[in-house]
Design a protein around this ligand. Structure first.
Ligand SMILES: [Fe+2]
Length: 249
């Protein structure tokens, strides 16, 4: 997720990850990272052919309501509570080429900041019409789109009084396992972003801003939902192996 000029020497089929752009594995302000970070230096290995060429997904695995979190867990005729929004954008690589056929999965808390998970302990109410997860596949231009409600902020046991800003979790499978990305999206104008210990582990302010979706007034649907635009950059492919055919097919 970096600019080409900031990139380290290339190894293997994909560009090397820029570790100055991503948060460090060890970040004491984010308590969980202390025990789960690697204890030894990482080794760089060339990718195997299966890591370089897979996975590949077809549209047939996607259900009709998978990209509509307002309705995909709701009772017939009902819908999730909260501010209705559309989240959309492009999945591209570091060369700004669209990543078509990518599987984009997303999950989030409900409007009150509560996850539907049995280990969740926050006192905010569960919304019986909101499950909080969905998925879609990018089109030939790398575009994805889904409808949801804006998630609420929630507290978490890290420091004495830490809160997560409103956010949506993303998992993306691109054209090779090396392009796998798990990240979070935040909302433009939210002051909680700058108080979050997890956001605070990201060393570069520009990298944080890349995680903030902008209000997209032009794609707002009047009397229905506001739109937010969130583009996602995966690792770039170094080789031109698939230059002659549409990637992801
Ligand atoms: Fe979360």
């Amino acid at each position: 997720m970096s600019d080409i000029s900031n990139r380290k020497p290339e190894i293997g089929a994909f560009f090397a990850r820029d570790r100055t752009w991503h948060p460090p594995a060890y970040a004491p302000g984010y308590k969980t990272s202390v025990l789960r970070c690697p204890q030894r230096a990482l080794l760089s290995l060339d990718g195997t052919i299966s890591e370089i060429t897979g996975p590949v997904f077809g549209h047939s695995i996607i259900g009709e309501l998978d990209n509509d979190l307002i309705h995909n867990f709701a009772r017939p005729g009902e819908s999730a509570l909260g501010e209705r929004i559309i989240v959309h954008g492009r999945v591209i690589d570091e060369r700004r080429r669209p990543v078509s056929g990518a599987l984009v999965e997303f999950w989030q808390a409900n409007a009150g900041g509560r996850y539907r998970h049995r280990k969740e302990s926050y006192l905010a109410a569960i919304d019986p019409n909101f499950g909080g997860c969905g998925r879609c596949i990018t089109d030939e231009y790398g575009q994805y789109s889904f409808r949801t409600i804006r998630p609420g902020a929630y507290p978490w046991p890290n420091g004495a009084n830490d809160w997560r800003p409103a956010h949506i979790h993303f998992s993306i499978f691109g054209h090779g396992f090396a392009q796998r990305l798990i990240t979070q999206m935040y909302f433009e104008g939210d002051p909680m972003i700058w108080k979050c210990p997890i956001v605070g582990t990201i060393p570069d302010k520009a990298a944080i801003e890349q995680l903030i979706a902008l209000l997209d007034w032009g794609n707002t649907i009047p009397m229905d939902a506001r739109a937010y635009k969130f583009d996602i950059v995966l690792r770039g492919r170094r080789s031109t192996l698939f230059e002659n055919r549409l990637e992801g097919n």
